[in-house]
Design a protein around this ligand. Sequence first.
Ligand SMILES: [Cu+2]
Length: 105
Amino acid sequence: MKLFSKTILTTLLLGVFSGSVFAAEHKVAIQGMAFSPAELTVAVGDTVVFTNQDGAPHSGTANDTSFDTGILSKGESGNITLTKAGTLNYFCVVHPMMKGKIIVK
Ligand SMILES: [Cu+2]
């Protein structure tokens, strides 16, 4: 139990000190004509990797154009980095009814 607590504490401390150095990477799968997860919360500086697992081409494109993966074919990935806080709604340029949201804190 004591070792467990120490591990947790170390992990938390490492998280604090490394936070600004190592941004987190999140993954969004595009599968079945949908983004998964459709809603994601990240921190400023984090990266999101979109991977298209469908046969159809897809993109992850912000409504305000602040990010765009470009059109991804099956198996392709596109990385975006979130540089400022806010809520970003996005869609697929090929299928505009496909929608997602990234909350940047
Ligand atoms: Cu699409």
